[in-house]
Design a protein around this ligand. Structure first.
Ligand code: HEM
Ligand SMILES: *[C@@H]1O[C@H](CO)[C@@H](O)[C@H](O)[C@H]1NC(C)=O
Ligand SMILES: *[C@@H]1O[C@H](CO)[C@@H](O)[C@H](O)[C@H]1NC(C)=O
Ligand SMILES: CC(=O)N[C@H]1CO[C@H](CO)[C@@H](O)[C@@H]1O
Length: 326
């Protein structure tokens, strides 16, 4: 037998496996078990957002981290007594508590409705809450596919090499996103999430103080913006200090992020790289000039993100407490 004929069935099997996963997600998954789940989650998210605006970026980023590490299975929310779960990885130092709190509050709201108790997964609640915070921050809304089960495994080690680093070059970003079936257009559209939220000084201090190990400023950085950042983030600053990812409209989910990139005002090296590189510059320019195009591609990429590594059947469960396996 030739190696070709051996490889083909394996690929076909993988394809069927992926297609099979998608088939299990449905927009009306809870139609019979908890028909009002969407409005219950929405109300809980609105209340949480009224308490703190940080809810929006925190929840959106939590969803991204959940999906990239072992799939969208709420494994990022599992806590361990011995500090060995995903959220204990140092990368999570920056996962704001408000994202976790949003899911826990929405889960409590769902479970308080007769009939809905223990019927809706934490992974689905996170997916719905993410859609809601984006819309409430001024971004597009979309129908969320549902039917993810919650995972039972969460390890600190699983986070390694799964979350992109802000110093990644375009090729590294592309490789990581492609490993989850996401295209360059998806990468550029999803990076638009950095139109809201905060970033700690440590994530970009190299760009303003010692670029490439020398006492230089990253030359792709707008010089006025670099000066502004040096004022906001002096050397040896309190590591808890953070600045807005989008300096112009930090609380609004819009396409300002891409206009910033055109002016050298991308905060992270991984943001600015999208404009520096010819391969993605056209997509940045399109999104900067046409907000509808940005919203369309963002929604399509979010739906793809929400399909990564979903657990169905006996691979998962509906957790009673989002922080613990049943
Ligand atoms: C392309 C690769 C990406 C890199 C390298 C990256 C890196 C980062 C870093 C370093 C921060 C700041 C964390 C901190 O210091 O607090 C951040 C924040 C954030 N990221 Fe990303 N990110 C990427 C993609 C994404 C994607 C795909 C999403 C969602 C779809 C996302 C959503 C967010 C949000 C909303 C924040 C603000 C969080 C907050 O204010 O609590 N990021 N990201
Ligand atoms: C930490 O606790 C989990 C269960 O919560 C257990 O599976 C794991 O082996 C423990 N790890 C260490 C290093 O003790
Ligand atoms: C903006 O993008 C949308 C969606 O891709 C498209 O239908 C529309 O024609 C574009 N508008 C302009 C002015 O190019
Ligand atoms: C939200 C959360 O659980 N963050 C944790 C991330 O990891 C650090 C340790 O590296 C913890 O101190 C944080 O509490």
């Amino acid at each position: 037998m030739s190696s070709q004929s051996l490889i083909l069935p394996a690929n076909l099997f993988l394809l069927l496996l992926i297609a099979g996963c998608h088939a299990e997600l449905r927009v009306d998954y809870y139609k019979n078990t908890c028909p009002n789940v969407e409005s219950i989650v929405r109300r809980a998210v609105e209340m949480k957002l009224q308490q703190t605006l940080a809810t929006a970026p925190a929840t959106l980023r939590l969803f991204f981290h959940d999906c990239f590490v072992m799939g969208c299975d709420a494994s990022v929310i599992l806590a361990s007594r011995n500090q060995t779960s995903e959220k204990d990885n140092p990368i999570n130092l920056s996962l704001a508590g408000d994202g976790f709190d949003t899911v826990i509050k929405a889960k409590a709201a769902v479970d308080s409705v007769p009939g809905c108790q223990n019927k809706v997964s934490c992974a689905d609640i996170l997916a719905m809450a993410t859609r809601d915070v984006v819309a409430l921050a001024g971004g597009p809304s979309y129908a969320v596919e549902l039917g993810r089960l919650d995972g039972r495994i969460s390890t600190k080690a699983s986070v390694e090499h799964q979350i992109p680093h802000p110093d990644f070059k375009l090729e590294q970003l592309n490789r990581m996103f492609a490993s989850h079936g996401l295209t360059l257009t998806d990468l550029v559209a999803l990076s638009g999430a950095h139109t809201i939220g905060f970033c700690h000084c440590s994530q970009f201090s190299k760009r303003i103080y010692n670029f490439n190990g020398k006492k230089n400023i990253d030359h792709t950085l707008n010089s006025a913006y670099a000066k502004y950042l040096q004022q906001k983030c002096p050397k040896n600053v309190d590591p808890r200090l953070a600045v807005d990812l989008d300096p112009i409209t930090p609380r609004t989910f819009d396409n300002q992020y891409y206009k910033n990139l055109q002016q050298g005002k991308g905060l992270l090296a991984s943001d600015q790289a999208l404009f520096t590189h010819k391969r993605t510059r056209g997509i940045v320019n399109l999104f900067a000039s046409n907000n509808t195009a940005f919203e369309t591609y963002f929604v399509s990429a979010m739906i793809k993100l929400g399909r990564i590594g979903i657990k169905t059947g006996n691979q998962g469960e509906i957790r009673r407490d989002c922080t613990m396996v049943n």
